[in-house]
Design a protein around this ligand. Structure first.
Ligand code: AHR
Length: 492
């Protein structure tokens, strides 16, 4: 057995920020409309326009933070179009995403209501690409100012007396691309200017997030940190896994074994990206005050055949579950710098938690990983020593096993394990150093086929089951981790 893992339960490496389990909902395809918002008059059961089935499922994930309204949409969004009586709201064309009509029925008030219902912190992404400084400044005033002012009065006229609490605010999105095609030097200056007018009203303190790099654009990070680190609280990073490359991403379900391997190698690349971007951030911020905010990540494939190419609707297999589990284990490892992440996206778009078809809904394998892993939210990360086998197949290299461990407030140690191998079981020798083990329980998410999915006909095909594939001897566990699986063990 060559997979040896030591969990040093008495060595804590800091806290895993619960915001690592954040989400992202953009005005894109059926992500907001149908996925979340059906309107008060819909035949789909809803609460103030938000569909009940989706809401109840999302509540079980303990979503800490939700990013909105984009994405690329954010830099075309004019918030004033989305407030006031709904029937009077301006209609616009969603040019980025399918060219469909956006009726603005889901706006600031509806988003804030959704966050309240979920118990999630709002993370609003402002418009730098096509919006003015004044527009951004007034949005913050509208949402957070308590006193008498044109914007605060307008909010009251629209039915909201109290200001909302708003912590997270993004100053533009992908400003190197859909957010304005800027050079980092130019955006750094714009960032400095726009963020000046993102005011803190009363005791509302805004955590300002600067638009960060695309994948391995280290120059972008260097310039932003050099020119504006003193004016930001967070710097974003976007990285998507797409096995065929950006222009030919590969299929979500009918993929080959070679694509599985390529996907796993690409998933592990997140570790290198965080390490290298962090090293640059360290030069300007050695105390790690500034959070790395990975506000878009996930596996992005070609759309499902026959669906609108602009809607980014894709199915979700056990491969996606492993991708999510490995990402979280990597994010935990960098918990000193990574303070928030937001998977793209919550419903019906890219690597979604939930898929809907009119009044029907299914939970994806990725949903189940978020639910299994929520035990890590705000827990103490535990130091690990491990040696795991390397897989070298079809020209791709990645570890067979990914692992992370944390200690919850009640002392329970939770260990998340992923077997990245599409075919072989991984045998693990796991030593729980510094713990008197009395009870071990576990849950597993796996499937016989590497492209197993949940469908509207078979919604329970891939769901967590009790895991019994271990034997305990003192504080050691011998574990047989099935291929393509995600396991969470809880140790008392
Ligand atoms: O998540 C889909 C899109 O991917 C987002 O709108 C954009 O920011 C990124 O390119």
């Amino acid at each position: 057995m060559s997979n040896k893992i030591t969990i040093n339960t008495d060595i804590v490496k800091g806290k895993i920020n619960k915001n690592i389990y954040g989400h992202f909902a953009e005005h894109l395809g059926r992500g907001i409309y149908e996925g979340l918002w059906v309107g008060e008059d819909s035949s789909i059961p809803n609460t103030n326009g938000i569909r009940n089935d989706v809401l109840e499922a999302l509540k079980k994930l303990d979503i800490p933070v939700l990013r909105w309204p984009g994405g690329c949409f954010a830099d075309e969004y004019h918030w004033k179009d989305g407030i006031g009586p709904r029937e009077g709201r301006k209609r616009m064309v969603n040019t980025h995403w399918g060219g469909v009509v956006e009726n603005n029925h889901f706006g600031t008030h509806e988003f804030m209501m959704l966050c309240d219902m979920l118990g999630a912190e709002p993370y609003i992404n402002g418009n730098v690409g096509s919006g003015t400084v004044q527009e951004m400044s007034e949005w913050v005033e509208y949402m957070t100012f308590d006193g008498e002012s044109p914007m605060a009065n307008w909010r009251r006229e629209n039915g909201r007396e109290e200001p909302w609490k708003l912590k997270y605010f993004g100053v533009g999105n992908e400003n190197w691309g859909c957010g304005g095609n800027m050079r980092p030097e130019y955006y750094a200056d714009l960032y400095r200017r726009y963020q000046t007018y993102v005011r803190n009203y009363g005791d509302n303190q805004i955590y300002r997030i600067a638009g960060g790099a695309n994948v391995d654009d280290y120059h972008w990070t260097e310039v932003l940190m050099r020119e504006a680190h003193h004016l930001m609280d967070g710097l974003s990073l976007h990285y998507y896994v797409h096995p065929g490359g950006f222009w030919n991403k590969g299929q979500a379900v009918n993929f080959t074994e070679v694509e599985w391997d390529e996907t796993m190698q690409q998933t592990m690349y997140m570790n290198e990206l965080i390490t290298k971007h962090s090293t640059i951030m360290d030069k300007y911020d050695p105390e790690k005050r500034i959070g790395m905010i990975i506000d878009e990540w996930g596996a992005w494939y070609d759309v499902e055949p026959g669906t609108n190419p602009g809607f980014l609707y894709q199915q979700n297999t056990i491969r996606d579950a492993v991708i999510a589990g490995v990402h979280f284990n990597i994010f935990h490892e960098h918990s000193d710098r990574v303070q928030m992440t937001n998977i793209a996206q919550m419903i019906n778009v890219i690597q979604a938690m939930i898929l809907t078809e009119n009044d029907k809904m299914i939970l994806t394998p990725t949903y189940h990983v978020f639910e299994m892993y929520k035990v890590h939210q705000d827990a103490d990360r535990i130091a690990l020593d491990f040696h795991v086998d390397t897989i070298n197949e079809n020209g791709f290299t990645f570890p067979q096993v990914s692992v992370s461990a944390s200690k919850a407030k009640d002392g329970t140690v939770n260990i998340s394990l992923c077997n990245l191998d599409k075919a072989k079981t991984a045998s693990l020798d796991l030593d729980l150093r510094g713990l008197d083990v009395s009870e071990v329980t576990g849950r597993i998410l796996t499937a016989n086929e590497m492209n197993a999915i949940n469908t509207f006909e078979e919604p329970e095909n891939v769901t967590p089951k009790t895991f019994t594939g271990f034997t305990k001897e003192g504080n050691r566990l011998d574990i047989e981790l099935p291929s393509k699986s995600v396991v969470v063990l809880s140790i008392k």
